[in-house]
Design a protein around this ligand. Sequence first.
Ligand code: SF4
Length: 364
Amino acid sequence: MSTPSKEQFRFRDPSLTKRIVAQIQKLAPPHEVKFCHVCGTHEWTITHHGLRILLPETVKVIAGPGCPVCILPAAELDEAIMLALNDVTIVTYGDVIRVPASESSLQEAKASGGDVRVVYSVSDAVRMAEKEPEKDFVFLAIGFETTAPATAVEVLNKPPENLSFLVSHRLIPPAMELLLGVGDLHIDGFIAPGHVSTIIGVEPYQIFPEAYHMPTIVAGFEPMDVLFAVSMLLKQLKDGEARLENEYKRSVTWVGNVKAQQIVEKVFRVVGGRWRGLGRIPSSALALKPEFAPYDARAKYNVKIGKSRDLLPGCLCHLVMIGKINPPECPLFMKDCKPPSPRGACMVSIEGTCRIWAKHAVIH
Ligand code: SF4
């Protein structure tokens, strides 16, 4: 474990925590308010540090679809499984291979003889393809705005011809917009994700206060960051205002990482995309631009799959992923669905809400 930095120590100061919790108590309204974050790491911070226990009864923080592994639709895993069972080597990130697809998983495809490999980065996939030119490799590229630049860089670098990409990158702001259309969710404010915002900046969230009168705070990942964000949201509600504020100024700027954005724009175009259990969200996915078609695995292998199934019977991941229910409200939680034997995608990844609650939540 790494030693906390001076900055992290400041953010873990117990007296500061007491002050900010007192501030939250003072600002909390008598009626219920609900703030939604959209980030697996925020959920980890909140649950691991028991922050919900520090909040007044009327202040709820719910988890939105912020886990990139959880929202990967079964159809796109089915594509990878089909290729793995047809002599193509599938390369992807660790958690992905355990996620249930429509009928099986990449792990089961591997057990059935498919060549499925886990890597830490897309450049590992490039190296593998270079070392084994006789094999066909496909990199299943998942993740939000944070990981898309790494994929884009490798595509621009012209990887070997025996490597192509199943692009499953997704974009966070359109998913946040979807949540505002869920009739009975009634969100009162957003805690926008820190990691994604280091790339896209603060600006893309402007739509939320401007078009939806929704207070929005970009926040970091220390417990104090989250508590600060909650207090800032409460202050806006008390003042009857909706503003976009940046709590995470030490890492996030208004414009974000412009170079990374330019690289992504060079390689990808924005398209509609399916999110597991949530359906198709307009302008929420990335696809390779036509000039990079030779690297598009879907076109290269003419991938066609049948009807897909995002949720196994009884799994309520679609409700967990929009913060409609907490994991213990799923009848399968810690019964038929546990981290070693997940029934749903939310129990697989370390960023999945069910997995985080299974490992860290104090459940009464
Ligand atoms: Fe899905 Fe398991 Fe979570 Fe239930 S406990 S919602 S089955 S991941």
